[in-house]
Ligand binder design. Structure first.
Ligand SMILES: Cc1cc2nc3c(=O)[nH]c(=O)nc-3n(C[C@H](O)[C@H](O)[C@H](O)COP(=O)(O)OP(=O)(O)OC[C@H]3O[C@@H](n4cnc5c(N)ncnc54)[C@H](O)[C@@H]3O)c2cc1C
Length: 363
């Protein structure tokens, strides 16, 4: 027999309050699990919309946002509260949150991009990947991008520097915007078709792959390093590149390279996207205010309980592991939820009392 509607179910409501900072997949996964454990959860997001890189990084043609919005509705129905346009560290202090909430989880991602500091970097037309992708999402969502800020590929010769999902997303988006040509340039050697000895399972296979965006039509150039961005006036017109000669050890490991003499050439480009990875999380006012420690890669240092050096302040996702994948961020979000729940029910925080039962109407 099905459950009658309007059924009054006793759900354990603990009365414990948790603030999650950042609404990417790590923050959302943590929030959902903790709400299901009966805690009161609020997610604070600095952007105007919830979702982190799921919303503003991964393009709509790869992740249709209605799928994601459906999941958000589920979280809200389960009691998670969302506040957007709250930049924690600026609009509200991290210290205040740590005083007023029983636990704080920092899930701010690792969004500081790697730069290519070579001559001509200041030319108009040389951009990081993310602002371009964010603008396209905003257009799709009906936002108006001011003309003087718009980055568009229509009719332009586009060069994407660096591989990975972000590079592929710039390619697919440029093609959809009507780019005259798209070239993807890598300084690495062409990866092998099969796993080399130095890359055994369960490591991610470092083999030759073609993304769906690359299949849509881009030229791929391997073993070229960009030495300089060249331009006319303020504007980019091309890239000065040099061919590299790679020497790869017999076990297939990465090897070393030298520049091939007299191999410099210019590749035409009106628009360049730098997609050479992310350095670490933002070392902004939030982390400075909380005086958190960083790990060797510049992300938030946590212990085996996913707690920072301060009791009750946790971190999860790209902010502590560095830029990875959605699935990893969700996994870390779920892990931190377990750790936070254990922390909240521990003798230390609740004196062993964890029995504030409140009836809650669930349907
Ligand atoms: C362009 C691009 C494409 C990608 N494509 C794929 C893909 O196809 N498949 C895949 O598996 N992975 C992909 N990834 C990686 C994946 O998106 C990330 O690993 C994942 O989103 C990390 O999740 P997170 O929750 O840790 O951080 P994020 O998703 O980065 O979310 C962090 C959130 O914290 C917010 N925030 C930061 N500081 C503050 C503050 N002070 N106050 C309040 N809020 C704050 C940010 O605004 C952001 O919303 C892609 C990444 C990028 C950039």
């Amino acid at each position: 027999m099905g459950k009658p509607t309007g059924f009054l179910e006793i759900i354990r409501q603990t009365g414990r309050r948790i603030a999650v900072i950042g609404s990417g997949p790590a923050g959302l996964a943590a929030a959902q699990q903790l709400a299901r454990k009966g805690h009161d959860v609020i997610v604070l997001e600095k952007d105007d919309r919830i979702g982190g890189m799921l919303r503003y990084g991964i393009p709509d043609y790869k992740l249709e946002k209605w799928v994601f919005d459906r999941r958000l509705e589920q979280l809200q129905a389960e009691g998670v509260v969302f506040e957007t346009s709250v930049n924690v560290g600026i609009d509200i202090s991290g210290k205040y949150l740590s005083r007023t909430f029983d636990a704080v989880i920092i899930c701010i991602g690792a969004q500081v991009p790697r730069d290519l500091e070579i001559p001509g970097r200041e030319l108009k037309g040389v951009n990081f990947a993310i602002p371009f992708l964010v603008q396209q999402y905003r257009r799709n969502a009906g936002d108006v991008i001011p003309e003087d800020e718009a980055i568009t590929a229509n009719g332009k010769h586009v060069v994407v520097i660096g591989g990975g999902d972000t590079g592929s997303d710039c390619i697919g988006t440029s093609i959809r915007q009507g780019a005259a040509s798209v070239t993807h340039i890598y300084y690495q050697d062409v990866p092998p078709k099969e796993r080399p000895l130095c890359n055994p399972w369960p490591e991610r296979p470092k083999i030759f792959k073609t993304s769906s965006s690359q299949e849509e039509g881009c030229k791929r150039i391997w073993k070229y390093q960009t030495k300089e961005f060249v331009g006319e006036g303020d504007w980019l017109t091309g890239l000065k590149v040099v061919e590299l000669v790679w020497t790869r050890p017999s076990d297939g490991s990465r090897g070393t390279f030298t520049e091939k003499p007299n191999s410099e050439k210019i590749i035409r480009a009106d628009l360049v996207f730098l997609s050479i990875g992310f350095q670490h999380c933002e070392h902004g006012p939030l982390l400075a205010d909380l005086k958190l420690e960083y790990n060797k890669r510049g992300n938030i240092k946590i212990d085996e309980n996913m707690m920072t050096r301060f009791s009750g302040i946790f971190a999860a996702g790209d902010a502590e592991v560095g830029a990875t994948l959605v699935v990893d961020a969700i996994f870390r979000g779920r892990q931190v939820a377990e750790k936070v729940d254990q922390y909240l029910i521990s003798e230390k925080t609740l004196g062993g009392k964890y029995s504030i039962f409140k009836p809650k109407r669930v349907c």
